[in-house]
Design a protein around this ligand. Sequence first.
Ligand code: GRF
Length: 200
Amino acid sequence: KRVAVLISGRGSNMTALIEAAKAADYPAEIVAVIANKVDAGGLETAKAHGIAAHAIAHRDYPTKQAHEAAVSDALQAAGAEIVCLAGYMRLMSAEFVQAWEGRMINIHPSLLPLFKGLHTHEQALEAGVRVHGCTVHFVTAGMDEGPIIAQTAVPVLNGDTSDSLALRVLSVEHETYARALAQVASGKAVMQAGRTVFSD
Ligand code: GRF
């Protein structure tokens, strides 16, 4: 399956997907990277891997709709069949999400449905949870609430700060995302009637 990755920053999850896709038996090929900011570090990484990298800056467009139309054009030009949001900090419109329903996934740095939104590690520390982690889910119109595909838990250790906790979560995000994308690309995880249906 042809996959496009959308980023806003350094793109460490994008890099993990690029590395995973190098395996001959990996069921996905990363064909394009799109950033909504011209200074997204991940653009350089993608180019270094010989992957088409486009900066489509949202501030260059008068409306969300116009920006998403430009993104859609780039996705179509790349022949993308699956979209991976990886550190992409823009909320997609309901129309865009609908058009990609079941073919657009996202990684969120918490064990959803806990700690939606931003600053998830601060939320976890504030809540005093002893287990935290990351979630890959299908993207639906609501923020951080689509059907879950994969999760990995990490312990919260005494003395953890949001930085130390973020690092521990990030280290399992990469393997979690690569595994989840393979499940979706191979059809082993599909979104049906608002739920993830798994087949082995
Ligand atoms: C990660 O914590 C990811 O879960 C969130 O954005 C952060 C940056 O990810 N979506 P990346 O290094 O840009 O992939």
